[in-house]
Every structure is written in structure tokens, then in C-alpha cells.
Design a protein around this ligand. Structure first.
Ligand code: NAG
Ligand code: NAG
Ligand code: NAG
Ligand code: NAG
Length: 560
């Protein structure tokens, strides 16, 4: 008798595993996959530890990649507004009027209203659609705001950034007053003031995930974090004191704060995965983590983030601004635990995830993004799709940046060329106390604990070493400089991922240069006018009970 009970107990873990895998097969047949996108704001390319940095660790984000796929060459426009616009519309910024700079809170414009957005498409397919956190695609009038653009629900802020505790912001330009910016749908939300915003947004994401099963609808959730963007001008980097204590080994006080901010973000990814697991939704979910653009290492909103060894940063035409940290996990991916090495653009997520959800997209959408679901979800060595990505075509800022196959064309740059170089290096001292047990830290992370049950093979120390090594970017040692302010630059990213060797004067490359130049002209002829509008005094929070509120009662183009 005793023996029988014992053997049943021993069998239990196996039994529950079989049960779980059977459940996912019956569920996937009857239910569309949940889509969860966790977005970081201004996080550096090298600030996820899977790339090899050991100053601070991101075990949860890394675990998503070790159990899923590191999006090794994920590209996004190099600033918040165009990047978020490309994600939601599946179009290049030149097709939604967001190609120049960002929307400042006091400017009366937004993402073109005639673009159909991802949340509208998923809502029409039966999803409940939720945005938690940042919007930054305009709020001059209600119709520009999230709940008018396909989200059933929004909890968060409309503008570019807020203070991590006070949830208010002052714009860098002119003399607009400080304004509170936090809402639940259209209502100003004042409760929980003083709670660290990364925790606050994660609490809300957890609540939505917990309450989802009762709705009997698939979940579409974008958790759009503030972290690690700066919070305000006087006190730009903010983290809870107890989190900061974990990083006393980092000497630079700003970098120490940044590490603590990223650590809270990493914890958020862990909490999201745990919440999905506890409610049996993980087995039918697609989870993506990524940063909207590269880190601003220097200049306005500088947060000490590192895009090493890539050149440039946020708001520049270089890889450091465009090639972003990202990973995807889902049991629907056949090949997991490897690098996805094909170039993928944030604008690809719309058609790619629509395919995963069996949604047929109308060709009248005229998307620039392409469906990469067969490659993402298919075998590890799926052939690369020949690819063009228009990174930038900003004739106000006089800058063009285009990827075509292995080549990258850059003409013009930002901030008088101040960001046209490598801006950070990887610290080899100030190591995280967990650096020597990195593999264990990953395996003990909340994410790894949940995702391990979906794997046939365990993630061993060997596998971690191999993947981490293959995620390291190796720069070429060939060097021929280029001054993008004065001349066109051409790089072969297949041998020169760090853009150090200008090929624009190489005879051998004159043909590809001419093709790319011509292609930019072609794309230019299809661009809509930039939507930017000058400041409006009516936006001042002092006129709206100290909040950033809808301030344009008239249509922007209607006569005054
Ligand atoms: C600053 O504010 C004052 C009054 O509120 C206004 O008259 C002035 O034009 C503003 N300055 C700028 C540069 O906007
Ligand atoms: C179900 O889960 C198992 C692991 O638990 C995984 O191997 C399988 O691919 C999943 N099947 C589907 C259809 O999602
Ligand atoms: C390159 O930049 C120059 C100077 O701004 C501009 O005149 C030219 O049209 C640009 N080339 C392309 C292909 O856009
Ligand atoms: C969509 O709106 C933009 C800006 O509001 C405009 O320039 C563009 O022509 C419109 N596109 C279509 C297809 O109506």
C-alpha cells in the first residue's frame, strides 16, 4: 500500500506535464493565441545580459530568449513616436506622417487617423485589446487617443514620459507648466500615487491577465513601460531605494540608477509570465519583449544606456538607434532556444501576429511590414526572406537610412553628427555579484521556472554559453570613415555590423549605391507630408486643471 502511494507521488510531475501538453493542443484548436507585447522605452542594445554584459543581469528577459528566440536583428525607427506608430500601423513612418521627430505634448497632431491599427484589427477578430502604459501617438482631440483607436482599455499616459512617482511631466521646450498625465480610459486616474510606476503598470497587467479567462476572449495586451526612459529633468533616473541597493557595485551613480530601473523592468517580465502561467494561459500565448528604440547614451533624455558595440544611439540613423533588444517566446514556435537571425521590423509584428491568430488582412491596408510568422514559427534554419527596411526618410531633418539585403545606405544625420560614433563601451569591472553564476541566475528566474516545462531539453550551462556567445556582435576591423553630414555612406552589414567601413567610394559597390539612392527617391515619392504642427498655448496644463488633456476642439486643418 505504502509503495503504491509513493509511486503515484513519483509519477505526479510527469502526469501533470502530460496533462498540460494535452490541454494546449485542445485549446489552440478552439482558441486564438493570446498576444502579449512588453515594451521597454529607450533601453540599450547591450543592456540585456544575454549579449554578454555582466555589469547587471536581466535573467528574466534573457530566459525568454533562451527558451524562445532572441530577435537578433530586430529593427525599429530610432525614436518613440515613429517606432510606436510603425508597430501599431504596420507601416513606415512616411506613410503615417510620423517621419520627423516626436509628438511633444503641446503639439496638436498625432498618428494619421486614416491608418487602421493593430488593436482595431485584433478587436474585430474577437480579442479584448489593452494598452497599459505609454501612448505617445497624439492626444490633441479624443479621437487620437488609445480607446478611440482600437483599444478597449487603456491605463497609463498619453504623452512622452512622466515622473516615476508623481506621474506628471514638463516638456523641454518653451514655458509650459507641469502637467499630470495618467488615466484609466478617458478619466484622470489619481489613486496609488507615489507607487513606482514600473510596479504600478505591472500590477495592472497582472490584473488584466488574471481576469482574462472569465471573459472567454483571447487577450491582446501591450505593456508599454516608462522604464528606462528618464522621468523628468531635475531627477531623470529614478528607482526604489531597495532596488538600488542591489547595484552598489556600480560606481557611476547614474548607471547604478539605470541598472535598478532595468532590473525592475526585468522583474516585470517575470511577473507577466508568472501571471500567465498561474491562469493556464501561457500554453496558448505569444510573448514578445523589445525596446522601442536604442538608448540615448548622451544628449537629451540621456539615461546611460549602452548600445555597444553598435554606433550611434536613439535619434540617429545608425544601428545603435535602430537595432534593438528583443526576444519572443511561444509554444507555437517549433524551433526554440536559438537566435532568429533574419532582419525583422517592428512593422512586421502586425501581419506576423495576425497570421499567428489566423486573421486575414485586407490588401487595402497597404502594409510595409511583412508576414514573418512562417519563418519565426518554423524550423531553426528557415531561409532568409530578402529584405528591404526603410529606417528613416526625414526630409525635414535631412536624413535617409535604408537597409537593402546586406547593405545599409545612410545620407544625412542628426544633431550635427554628434551621435555618429560609438558612444559607450562595455564595463569589464563593476561586475554584478551574480556574474559568475549567470547561468544559474537565468535558470532560477521566474521566467525560466515557468517556461522550462515547455522544453524537451533543459537549458544547460553549455546551451547558455553557446547562445550567449553567438549573440555577441563582432565588429570588423576594416575602417574607412564617413561623414554623413557631407557624403553618402554605404556599409555591408554582413561583414560590418558596426558600420565602420564606408563602401560608397568602392567601384565594386557603385551599382548597389545607385540602386539604393534611387530606391530612396522612389519611396520619397510615396511619402505623406509630416504631421508635425507647432506648439499651441491652449495645450498648457494650467488651462486644464494641471493635466495634459485634449486641447484642440477644432480640427487642426479647419480655419480658425
Ligand atoms: C511664456 O508664457 C507667457 C505667458 O504665459 C507667454 O506670453 C509667452 O509667449 C511664453 N513664451 C514662450 C516662448 O512661449
Ligand atoms: C503544446 O505544448 C508542448 C509542450 O508542453 C509543445 O511541445 C507543443 O508544441 C505544444 N503544442 C501546441 C500545438 O502548441
Ligand atoms: C542626400 O542628401 C542630400 C543633402 O540633404 C540630398 O540633397 C539628397 O537628395 C539625398 N539623397 C537621397 C537619395 O535622398
Ligand atoms: C491619410 O492621412 C494623411 C494625413 O492625415 C494624408 O496625408 C494621406 O493622404 C491620407 N491617406 C489616405 C489614403 O487617405
Amino acid at each position: 500500500m505504502r509503495f503504491v502511494i509513493l509511486s503515484v507521488l513519483l509519477l505526479l510531475p510527469n502526469l501533470s506535464w502530460v496533462e498540460a501538453s494535452e490541454k494546449n493542443e485542445t485549446r489552440t484548436a478552439s482558441k486564438l493565441p493570446n498576444i502579449i507585447i512588453v515594451m521597454a522605452d529607450d533601453m540599450g542594445f547591450d543592456d540585456i545580459s544575454i549579449r554578454g554584459a555582466r555589469e547587471f543581469l536581466t535573467p528574466n528577459i534573457d530566459a525568454l530568449a533562451y527558451h524562445g528566440r532572441l530577435l537578433d536583428r530586430l529593427y525599429a525607427p530610432s525614436m518613440c513616436t515613429p517606432s510606436r506608430g510603425a508597430l501599431l500601423s504596420g507601416k513606415y513612418p512616411i506613410h503615417t506622417g510620423t517621419q520627423h521627430s516626436v509628438i511633444l505634448n503641446e503639439e496638436p497632431w498625432g498618428l494619421a487617423l486614416n491608418a487602421t491599427l493593430m488593436p482595431e484589427i485584433f478587436r474585430d477578430a474577437g480579442y479584448s485589446t489593452n494598452l497599459v502604459g505609454k501612448w505617445h501617438l497624439g492626444f490633441v482631440r479624443p479621437e487620437y487617443t488609445p480607446t478611440y483607436r482600437g483599444f478597449d482599455y487603456h491605463y497609463g499616459y498619453w504623452g512622452g514620459y512622466i515622473d516615476y512617482y508623481q506621474r506628471r511631466s514638463q516638456m523641454p521646450s518653451d514655458n509650459y507648466s507641469m502637467g499630470y498625465d495618467f488615466r484609466r480610459n478617458m478619466q484622470v486616474e489619481c489613486t496609488d500615487r507615489g507607487v513606482y510606476v514600473t510596479d504600478l503598470l505591472t500590477n495592472e497587467a497582472e490584473r488584466i491577465i488574471r481576469e482574462q479567462p472569465a471573459k472567454e476572449q483571447p487577450l491582446f495586451l501591450i505593456l508599454s513601460h516608462l522604464a528606462p526612459h528618464t522621468g523628468n529633468e531635475i531627477d531623470p533616473l529614478q528607482a526604489p531605494e531597495e532596488e538600488l541597493q542591489k547595484f552598489v557595485h556600480i560606481n557611476d551613480p547614474n548607471r547604478r540608477l539605470y541598472a535598478a530601473m532595468v532590473s525592475k523592468l526585468d522583474e516585470s517580465v517575470g511577473r507577466v509570465i508568472t501571471a500567465l502561467a498561474r491562469t493556464d494561459q501561457l500554453e496558448n500565448s505569444i510573448v514578445i519583449f523589445y525596446s522601442d528604440n536604442g538608448a540615448p547614451s548622451v544628449g537629451i533624455f540621456a539615461n546611460t544606456g549602452s548600445n555597444w558595440p553598435l554606433k550611434g544611439q536613439k535619434d540617429s540613423p545608425w544601428e545603435g538607434g535602430l537595432r534593438v533588444a528583443g526576444a519572443i517566446w511561444s509554444p507555437l514556435l517549433k524551433a526554440r532556444g536559438n537566435l532568429f537571425t533574419q532582419p525583422i521590423y517592428v512593422g512586421d509584428f502586425l501581419p506576423t501576429l495576425a497570421h499567428a491568430a489566423g486573421i486575414e488582412l485586407d490588401s487595402s491596408l497597404h502594409l510595409d511590414g511583412i508576414d514573418l510568422w512562417p519563418q519565426l514559427s518554423g524550423p531553426k534554419d528557415a531561409p532568409h526572406v530578402p529584405r528591404e527596411i526603410l529606417h528613416q526618410l526625414d526630409d525635414v531633418g535631412r536624413m535617409q537610412s535604408l537597409l537593402l539585403g546586406q547593405y545599409k545606405y545612410v545620407n544625412g544625420t542628426t544633431s550635427k553628427g554628434q551621435y555618429d560614433q560609438l558612444l559607450t563601451y562595455r564595463k569589464l569591472d563593476d561586475l554584478d555579484p551574480r556574474a559568475s553564476i549567470y547561468g544559474m541566475a537565468v535558470r532560477n528566474s521566474a521566467v525560466s521556472k515557468e517556461l522550462a516545462s515547455f522544453d524537451i531539453q533543459q537549458i544547460t550551462q553549455d546551451r547558455i554559453d553557446i547562445l550567449s556567445r553567438s549573440a555577441a556582435v563582432i565588429c570588423s576591423d576594416m575602417q574607412r570613415g564617413c561623414n554623413a553630414l557631407l557624403e553618402e555612406c554605404l556599409y555591408d552589414l554582413s561583414t560590418d555590423p558596426c558600420e565602420q567601413n564606408n563602401l560608397a567610394y568602392s567601384k565594386q559597390h557603385s551599382e548597389i549605391l545607385a540602386i539604393m539612392r534611387q530606391r530612396v527617391q522612389q519611396l520619397r515619392s510615396g511619402a505623406v507630408a509630416p504631421g508635425n504642427r507647432p506648439n499651441e498655448r491652449d495645450a498648457d496644463p494650467s488651462l486644464h486643471e494641471c493635466t495634459w488633456d485634449n486641447f484642440g476642439v477644432k480640427a487642426p486643418c479647419a480655419g480658425k
